[in-house]
Write a protein that binds this ligand. Structure first.
Ligand code: ZN
Length: 476
């Protein structure tokens, strides 16, 4: 059997450095890599030929921050703020997650990612209370044919504690292979701004292991400019550092991030409703800081980057208009373009993760993470006039027709291939039973339904009136 795949006649968004768009071209994949892109390519003998006409071919999308374990609780926190989230995961029910529960959440999240054309996902895994939890997280990621980065964390301990434990070192040596582009590794922890800078020890471990750090920074009420300053003054800000949210920092902090080459993982859907701060792309653009996109957690939000691109455009433009109106001005031309958010959803991620030589664009020689967006049954997939705009504002996860990861077909004709969704369903069901049983029905219901603040309707100086056309007078 041949190991080549030929996509025929698609609109190809290469996302190469020049953002080359080919309106009607073929993409040939041989083995793990993209072999050729062009018009009228010859199909190798035995190649799988996929008709991409009427569709868009683009690189697999890259999510740089997702707490995959929490997908087991999908949608539970729809009405939360960050406060309820912290109480639930940090103080109360997060502790109830056993290794099998982390496995269940990760399995479902990993399948969901590849289904949505997200071929690389950073598992911001801060529920690793023991190395057994970490083994379970990786077992789940390796059971799904996607590309992942395990960002190891544990919210139940200080990073200086868990990163110094023999169990952590043992896990890294057993499960992580430097240079493996299918399963990368980062360390995930936050910097509180404590002047004693206890996080130093964890940064030193990261440096010794040669791995990047990902950190929630500039989160209203949680992390601030002191954390950035301490990292910078102690030499721990590097081009591999990923700052998640970075929504409430001052210019000095953004200057430090820009000067050290780091990037920001923007989770617009999350920032808009949880309260970390206004989605920061408007100010990151000002500082020329690299951006990648992320979904954060499916305990609240969707798990696909179409939503991220759409909300990010909306938030950035909303801010631009609002600020202009505050100056009594009109924005006639928006700064942020659809093309840019498609770049952030692909190249932004590959750059942030140090994988830009491997994935992120459709170019010969790169690993073949390819997404075909095509849906002949959808009235929203015709006409495709502005392909970047189509990806950002028209397409959605149901339009993901075919997905290749590392040259392997993992979804075809809208159906997952070689993925055991039934197993994930069963495992997640057991986790829900466990959590619900441990918490009790009352606490379970309370956790999902936070109190609603009192709403006051303004006093209205006018009374309800209706115009009477017959008498040409207001009726009272
Ligand atoms: Zn997060």
């Amino acid at each position: 059997m041949s190991d080549s795949v030929l996509f025929r006649n698609g609109i190809v968004l290469t996302m190469d450095d020049r953002h080359t768009v080919l309106p009607d071209a073929d993409v040939l994949v041989v083995g793990e890599r993209i072999a050729e892109i062009g018009v009228g390519l010859a199909a190798p003998e035995g190649a799988t030929v996929i008709d991409a006409s009427g569709g868009i071919l683009m690189p697999g999308m890259i999510d740089t921050h997702r707490h995959m374990w929490q997908t087991a609780m999908r949608g539970y926190g729809a009405d939360w703020t960050l406060t309820q989230y912290f109480v639930w995961y940090y103080l109360e029910s997060g502790r109830l997650f056993r290794p099998e529960d982390v496995h269940a959440g990760n399995l479902l999240a990993a399948i969901e990612a590849v289904d949505a054309g997200v071929t690389t996902t950073v598992d911001w895994s801060h529920g690793l209370q023991t190395p057994q939890h970490a083994d379970a997280a990786v077992d789940a990621l390796q059971a799904v044919p996607g590309r992942f980065v395990l960002a190891y964390g544990n919210i139940q301990q200080g990073p200086w504690e868990w990163s110094a434990s023999p169990g952590f070192r043992d896990f890294v040596s057993r499960r992580i292979t430097p240079g493996d582009d299918m399963l990368g590794f980062q360390m995930a922890f936050d910097v509180t701004g404590d002047p004693a800078f206890p996080e130093r020890a964890a940064f030193e471990v990261a440096r010794e292991l040669g791995v990047g750090v990902t950190t929630h920074a500039g989160v209203w009420g949680a992390t601030n400019d002191d954390g950035i300053r301490l990292m910078h003054e102690n030499g721990f800000m590097t081009p591999r550092t990923v700052y998640v949210h970075a929504a409430t920092l001052n210019h000095d902090s953004y200057h430090r991030i820009a000067a050290t080459g780091g990037s920001v993982s923007v989770s617009t859907e999350s920032e808009q409703s949880a309260g970390q701060g206004y989605p920061p792309t408007w100010i990151l653009r000002d500082h020329d800081i690299g951006v990648s996109l992320s979904m954060d957690t499916s305990v609240w939000w969707s798990g696909d980057l179409f939503s991220a691109m759409r909300t990010t455009l909306g938030a950035d433009r909303s801010r631009e208009h609002m600020e202009a109106h505050g100056r009594a001005e009109t924005v006639t031309h928006v700064h942020l373009r659809a093309e840019q958010v498609v770049d952030w959803a692909t190249r932004g991620g590959s750059r942030a993760l140090g994988l830009d030589g491997v994935v992120g664009s459709l170019e010969p020689g790169k690993k073949a993470d390819v997404v075909l967006i095509k849906n002949d049954d959808s009235p929203a997939m015709f006409p495709i006039l502005n392909p970047y705009g189509h990806v950002a504002f028209q397409a959605q996860r149901g339009d993901v027709h075919t997905v290749l990861v590392n040259g392997r077909i993992v979804k075809r004709d809208h159906k997952l291939v070689g993925v055991d969704l039934a197993a994930a369903r069963e495992q997640v069901g057991r986790t829900i039973d466990h959590l619900r049983g441990e918490m009790g029905e009352e606490a379970w219901a309370r956790g999902m339904n936070p109190d609603i603040p009192e709403t006051k309707v303004r006093d209205n100086p006018y009374t309800y009136t209706e115009w009477d056309a017959g008498s040409a007078q207001w009726k009272h």
